[in-house]
Write a protein that binds this ligand. Structure first.
Ligand code: UD1
Ligand code: UDP
Length: 372
């Protein structure tokens, strides 16, 4: 029998960032934990750079599954995670978000005699064409602890019949991450000088979602929209490009308009600094929608739906879809926004709260086994 209480499964950039506060909480509460990296992200700039910068311990395991079709990638993770969990015998396994790594971690755990905790539970885009939507629905329904970031996300899973005693509203660990790093980012990051940017005189862009960049026409419309926003505001659009998007630019042979500056994916401190100083953020990223809202920077989401409607409700974000004119109109609308909204994602204590709940609570499975 091993001493491991909690196994943390992660695999991609946003999971590393959003689980960093959970890992720190394990350290501060003296909980024995092990980190299993699936290897879904493996390029230095999507992976190792975050472990270094966030001062996280090296993962105890790295399955190195890399890129592949959804089925092969998820299956390889499932086999590898199961083997490790059988050796380590943790009481609880934590996954975060909605990637294939999360799905594999959830399925592997649900077949073993251990509890599953889903960090960032209850998000729904109601778009079943998105692989992430299926991943989060399956994971929520397999989980014993559902850590919902907001009251609204908790309501969504209640409506799906998830028992009340599995649901915990904790806030989103993205707030913990932003608060733990934003000042340091301002002090340490030299990215504005490096890219010769002036605060509030650039827009920041990210676009990597499969439904946007894997469709040539849609990706071109998005790029045209971004370029027109940059021209209209007379600023540069700075676009740290995700490898999936970069590969598609090559494959489709798209020439990027001059007013869009493609740069490498940024490390967390540099990216936080870019976000904080942008006039406006244009994105299709889940985490970036949240961070823009937390940092008080207006956001335009280049998607048809969002599983972060709280950002729209507070006035921090708007949905533009992927058409050029809509992107321009939405940017003009959000550029005039008064940025005095309240962050809806919690107080920055989510990581500590999650580990406290896991350590203290009697979950339904444990209650079932208690003799009456
Ligand atoms: C994945 C998640 C997505 C999340 C994103 C975070 C799924 C289904 N998708 O998308 O929800 O928003 O991570 O960034 O889990 N590649 C590299 N280096 C890497 C990783 C990937 O070059 O380290 C390239 C490969 O060409 C690969 C492509 O990016 O085929 C896509 O990678 P993959 O992990 O399949 O999906 P993401 O688009 O990163
Ligand atoms: N991010 C980063 N560098 C970049 C782009 C994004 O550090 O160049 C961070 C960003 O701060 C956020 C997370 O990556 O915390 C979002 O990840 P991504 O957009 O890849 O995935 P999603 O949130 O859409 O799943």
């Amino acid at each position: 029998m091993s001493d491991t209480e909690i196994a943390i499964v992660l695999g991609t950039r946003p999971e590393i960032i959003k689980l960093a506060p959970v890992i720190r909480a394990c350290e501060s509460q003296d909980v024995q934990y092990t980190v299993i990296h699936t290897g879904q992200h493996y390029s230095e700039e999507l992976d190792a750079v975050f472990f270094e910068q966030l001062e996280l311990p090296e993962p105890d395991y790295n399955l190195g599954v890399g890129s592949n079709s959804h089925g092969v990638q998820t299956a390889e993770m499932l086999v590898g995670i199961e083997e490790i969990l059988q050796d380590e015998e943790p009481e609880t396994v934590l996954v975060q978000g909605d990637t294939n790594s999360v799905l594999a971690g959830a399925i592997a755990t649900s077949k073993l005699d251990m509890e599953l905790g889903h960090v960032e539970a209850g998000l729904r885009s109601f778009d079943r064409d998105m692989p992430e939507e299926i991943n989060r629905v399956v994971t929520d329904h397999a989980a014993d602890y559902l850590f919902a970031p907001t009251v609204d996300s908790a309501d969504l899973i209640r409506e799906e019949g998830i028992p009340e005693d599995r649901i915990y509203v904790t806030g989103n660990t993205v707030v913990d991450a932003v608060e733990q790093h934003r000042e340091f980012a301002q002090e340490k990051s030299a990215i504005l000088d490096e890219l010769e940017l002036v605060p509030s005189e650039f827009v920041l862009v990210t676009a990597h979602r499969a439904e946007n960049v894997d469709d040539e026409d849609r990706f071109e419309e998005i790029l045209d929209g971004i370029a027109r926003v940059a021209d209209r505001f007379d600023v540069d659009a700075v676009y740290p490009i995700h490898p999936r998007a970069e590969n598609r630019l090559d494959e489709f042979d798209i020439s990027v308009p001059d007013s869009i500056r493609l740069v490498e994916p940024q490390d967390y401190l540099d990216f936080l600094n870019l976000e904080s100083n942008a006039r406006l953020i244009l994105t299709d990223s889940g985490g970036v929608q949240e961070e823009a809202c937390i940092l008080g920077v207006p956001c335009v989401t280049m998607r048809d739906n969002t599983e972060r409607p709280e950002t729209i409700d507070v006035g921090a974000n708007t949905l533009a879809g992927a058409e050029t004119d809509e992107i321009v109109d939405s940017a003009i609308e959000m550029d005039g926004a008064v940025c005095d909204w309240t962050n809806p994602f919690g107080d920055g204590e989510a990581g500590e709260q999650i580990i406290t709940e896991v350590e203290q609570s009697e979950t339904p499975k444990e209650l079932e086994m208690t003799p009456q």
